[in-house]
Ligand binder design. Structure first.
Ligand SMILES: Nc1nc2c(ncn2[C@@H]2O[C@H](COP(=O)(O)OP(=O)(O)OP(=O)(O)O)[C@@H](O)[C@H]2O)c(=O)[nH]1
Length: 842
């Protein structure tokens, strides 16, 4: 402890402080104005810490020589040497910590980048998935014969797979009921173990772990990203802090404990207002005026403004004597920077001591109001040393104890000034009582009470009327200097070290968790890919095979339909004249007979076509069923089977038109001349005609015949016979024709119809039409089958590509987190090795 360097002062009355100048190193080179820049002191730092080395550090401190018996030269040299070693250690630790800060910032930035491509997993439990409703499918406008199959044949569609929230993407176990929670990926307790990277999600009544579970993976990643950003910011401010050559001393305590008087005593001049009644209501930071171009003044900082000495909009510059008014203007000012000149020699000045620049912060009384108390706590982070002023008359109030308990957690040592000791009659009892209380509040402070607890009377220092009291204060001042200088390694570097350790521990945890997840996901993806690749290849092969089978089936079905239709229709047409029994109602009704016969014939042919269509329908049902069977066999639930409506077939106008035969009756349909002529040859009455006609082709023979006949019967008889013979012949012929109408009509009609149908290629056209319709009908399920296969293959292809991409990402993540784990462990080991105590133990 400092006591070794600052031995207890002689209690002899009037003992005076002496500072030996013997064996002092040459005075430090003058420091630039910049080096003493603003109150945060941060701005005085070099921008890039990476380039600095130990030689650029602060000047070596001089050894203050304390009051007491004069020291001999070897002792002074020894102390000088110790101080040098101490400074060297401090600088080594400072440089090493600074490097570690940069190294950690690099790590955090790398993690932020990684978080963009592979959202970092935060420990959480998986949420149970709710199955999504099955998706409807829009029916095609062309699907006339088919409707979505919603009937008994419909199959349950599986909900689409969803990615678990903070776990890797695995399809939930289909056998597990929705109520059964999935196995926990991580224990939520792990989340509680985070120090720095803990997500602060206290919203409403939900706990952090509940909130983590309710957030999407991307939201957690973005929260972590901002947390990492905050951490980088904090690391930079820690770097600024350890680079800050100044130490901030917060003087706090209860109202009227004498904090301002104590500060004035340290400065040896009345700078801060002292009063019986509470007066300091804002923070007053006392600094060496050299940082303000040597001008003594107060910068009263406006409420809500961030102080910038170079920007007068952020503060009001006022003379020192107005400080009394400023400290109570809480409505206008948040705090004040008090620039004062400390004219005392460097060995005596606390503000300008040659080792470290000290800023004294006079805080409002803790029990002034709760806001101010909170403000004191808020400033803890930037404070190196806490000097707690307690009134010897009042001891520790509740607010004082509360503050000290909290401060003791942050800072192992507290400097306690028990002021107004002059007002105490039984000083020994008071000392005992106060020390007992300190033992409870801060045991480490109690153990070092000789250095850290001082009973003084601050009001007696400036006027110096009572040398005894001044002597106690000198003692305190020496201890405080020692405490500030010796413990700065701990107070300045300690927070950076512990923050780094905590952060690296968090990073290690995140690395373990994420490497684990990436590894598991990688295994899962590898096995997925091992299944997907052959499945994909098989699917392509199966598609070709099934497509061929399906085409073959359609072709065969169509050929069968064509053949059967052609056979049936041709047979009907061939037999059309034998099929109908239209009653004969005499020659006079022969037209009606002919008409009915025509209709009957045409109807029978149309019926034959309709029968062929019916047969085609039945064949189509079988064909569709067998294509559906192929689909179900290969695509299973992915095959969208539709309900087939065979009654919708052959319903178009085109079909009706194609079936129609427009054969009409004409006069020749009633007589069968072919037959008349054949029969005439055998008829007696026409024998004459026959004979005559056999001669008629030659004029000479005909004339010969007439001459011969005339010769036989005589001219006169011949004249008498020829005319009745002609009449009889015509009559017989007419009779013959009329009597043949009943037979001639069907024959002639059938012949005519056949001829017309042959001319229009009726049979082929209808068979072709029927066949075309059947092909069209069969092509719907075939197309469904083809698109099902296509979808299946594309789905597999997409899955394969996604899995391959994801596998690549996981490999990168796995490697990255493996490196992060190694790096954070190794780095934490390095940081743990920084022995901050070594600096003060030498
Ligand atoms: N007797 C005696 N009086 C003191 C001592 N120190 C301070 N006082 C008086 O105590 C009163 C309050 O002192 P301040 O320094 O204003 O107290 P403070 O803690 O700064 O007060 P606030 O900032 O208003 O909380 C003043 O009247 C001082 O003169 C001391 O050691 N002995």
């Amino acid at each position: 402890m400092s006591q070794r360097y600052y031995p207890a002062e002689s209690s002899s009355k009037g003992a005076r402080r002496q500072y030996a100048r013997a064996a002092q190193p040459p005075p430090p080179p003058p420091r630039s104005e910049q080096a003493f820049s603003d109150s945060g002191y941060a701005s005085s730092l070099a921008d890039d810490m990476r380039n600095f080395d130990l030689n650029e550090d602060m000047p070596m401190p001089r050894v203050p020589v304390l009051p007491g018996p004069s020291l001999d030269a070897p002792e002074i040299e020894r102390r000088q040497h110790q101080m040098h070693i101490q400074q060297l250690h401090y600088n080594q630790n400072r440089v090493a910590l600074s490097r570690s800060i940069y190294r950690t910032i690099d790590t955090l930035r790398g993690l932020q980048e990684m978080n963009q491509s592979w959202p970092i997993h935060y420990p959480a439990v998986q949420r149970t998935e709710q199955p999504a409703p099955p998706m409807g499918r829009k029916q095609s406008m062309t699907d006339d014969y088919f409707t979505p199959d919603t009937g008994s044949t419909s199959r349950e569609r599986m909900p689409p797979p969803r990615r678990a929230l903070t776990s890797f993407d695995r399809r939930p176990n289909q056998n597990s009921s929705p109520e059964t929670p999935e196995p926990r990926l991580m224990s939520p307790q792990i989340a509680q173990e985070f120090n720095i990277l803990k997500l602060d999600l206290r919203i409403g009544s939900l706990s952090q772990s509940e909130l983590v579970h309710s957030l999407e993976k991307e939201s957690i990643a973005s929260l972590l990203d901002s947390k990492l950003g905050q951490s980088i910011k904090h690391l930079l401010s820690l770097r600024d802090r350890i680079e800050d050559t100044a130490s901030k001393v917060l003087v706090t305590g209860d109202l009227n404990a004498g904090k301002s008087t104590f500060c004035n005593a340290l400065l040896r001049k009345k700078v801060l207002p002292e009063d019986q009644q509470p007066c300091t209501e804002i923070f007053c930071e006392v600094l060496d005026c050299r940082v303000n171009n040597g001008v003594e003044e107060v910068h009263a900082i406006y409420k809500g403004a961030t102080y910038d000495r170079m920007d007068e909009r952020t503060y009001e510059a006022r003379p020192l004597k107005e400080l009394e008014d400023i400290v109570i203007e809480v409505e206008k000012y948040s705090s004040a920077k008090v620039y004062v000149e400390d004219t005392r020699p460097i060995e005596q000045s606390l503000l300008r001591n040659g080792v470290v620049d000290i800023a004294l912060i006079d805080a409002p009384g803790l029990n002034l109001d709760s806001v101010q108390t909170t403000a004191v706590f808020a400033r803890q982070e930037e404070i190196d040393v806490v000097v707690f002023v307690v009134s010897a008359e009042n001891h520790f109030t509740l607010s004082a104890k509360e503050f000290l308990w909290n401060a003791a957690n942050e800072k192992a040592y507290l400097f306690i000034v028990v002021n107004r000791f002059d007002n105490i009659r039984d000083k020994v009892r008071c000392q005992r009582m106060i020390l007992d209380q300190i033992a409870n509040i801060s045991p480490s402070t109690f153990n070092d009470s000789q250095d850290l607890v001082h009973f003084v009377s601050s009001n007696a220092v400036i006027d110096g009327k009572d040398p005894d009291k001044s002597h106690d204060f000198d003692n305190l001042e020496n201890s405080l200097r020692g405490f500030v200088l010796d413990k700065r390694a701990r107070s300045k570097l300690g927070p950076a070290k512990s923050y780094l350790l905590n952060l690296l521990q968090d990073l290690e945890q995140l690395a373990v968790i994420n490497q684990n997840i990436a590894g598991r996901e990688l295994d899962a993806l590898r096995s997925d890919l091992a299944q997907l690749t052959p499945k994909y290849d098989e699917s392509i092969k199966a598609r070709i095979q099934v497509q061929e089978d399906c085409d073959k089936q359609i072709e065969e079905t169509c050929n069968t339909v064509y053949r059967n239709s052609r056979r049936e229709i041709t047979r009907t047409i061939d037999e059309v004249d034998q099929l109908h029994e239209i009653p004969w109602r005499g020659v006079l009704n022969s037209f009606q007979f002919a008409e009915e016969t025509r209709k009957a014939m045409l109807e029978s042919i149309t019926h034959a076509v309709l029968d062929a269509e019916d047969a085609a329908r039945r064949t189509s049902i079988t064909g569709v069923a067998s294509v559906n069977a192929l689909g179900l066999m290969h695509l299973k639930q992915d095959y969208m089977e539709k309900y087939f409506r065979p009654d919708y077939m052959f319903k178009k106008k085109r079909d009706i038109f194609s079936r129609e035969i427009r054969t009409q009756l004409d006069a020749f349909d009633f007589f069968d001349f072919d037959r008349q002529e054949k029969v005439a040859g055998m008829s007696l009455s026409l024998t004459v005609f026959s004979v005559a006609s056999s001669r008629i082709f030659g004029m000479s023979s005909w004339v010969d015949g007439v001459v011969q006949a005339t010769n036989i019967v005589g001219i006169r008889n011949a004249k008498r016979l020829i005319i009745p013979a002609i009449i009889a012949g015509i009559g017989a012929a007419a009779y013959w024709l009329v009597s043949d109408v009943q037979r001639a009509i069907p024959k002639k009609l059938a012949k005519k119809i056949k001829k017309e149908l042959a001319e229009m290629d009726y049979v082929h056209l209808n068979c072709e039409r029927i066949c075309k319709e059947v092909r069209k009908v069969l092509r719907f399920p075939a197309e469904e089958l083809r698109s099902g296969f296509q979808k299946n293959i594309e789905g597999l292809k997409t899955k394969k590509e996604e899995a391959t991409k994801r596998k690549g990402e996981c490999e990168v993540a796995n490697k990255y987190f493996g490196n992060l784990l190694r790096e954070s462990r190794e780095h934490a080991g390095v940081v743990r090795g920084f022995d901050l105590e070594a600096a003060s133990n030498h």
